[in-house]
Design a protein around this ligand. Sequence first.
Ligand code: PAF
Length: 237
Amino acid sequence: MVLIIEKSTELTEFIAKHKGLGNTIGFVPTMGALHSGHISLVKKAKKENDLVIVSIFVNPTQFNDAKDLDKYPRTLESDILQLIPTKVDVVFAPNVAEIYPEGENKGADIDLGRLDQYMEGAFRPGHFKGVAQVVKRLLDIVKPDKLYMGQKDFQQFTIIAYMIRSLKINTELVVCRIIREANGLAMSSRNERLTAPTREAAGLIYKTLKAAKNKASKNTPEEISAYAMKKLNDSTL
Ligand code: PAF
């Protein structure tokens, strides 16, 4: 039986009781629209902890584009149905006021050592500040022994690892391997928003990455980057 909790005070009490009994807690934060990648995190967490908590919260502060936030898939019922077979113990599904009782700006100023300024961060201003803000808030509530995140979001887990280290948070980050669709595309909730032909064509990203890796011993980084960019730009993606 999965326990569904919406209030952070209720979750805090539940966790305090279980920690008192000596149970270890694994935590998988999500924004819902669950797929096999999420389920693999939950399964790993179940193997390594006495109790597993999954949060489902579409965090407004990590969307730098309001339209993107509106379009983000919200599928709580089917998410819960997918979680039942994993035997997850608690689904934490709070609303925005529960996560940000003092407003969405509170706690948004965590130092990320400029790691949020590069790569994806350069194109999505404020995105990683919002991710760090919500993960910190969730860690404050759940206080897990282990936190599970996917390797797919390389910059995200790197920033969270930095935050955990610099704020001396007593949680171990466990980074889990990427789960892919049949064509190699990394599973992601956002894949739902692709048309069927684009989703199929997106397999080219993984094929290109693999081909680039094979060139590592023979070519310079500049040559490999030019090769990959050309392959992707020449496609109809
Ligand atoms: O990767 C995600 O789904 C989100 O960025 C996370 C870590 C749940 C924070 O909202």
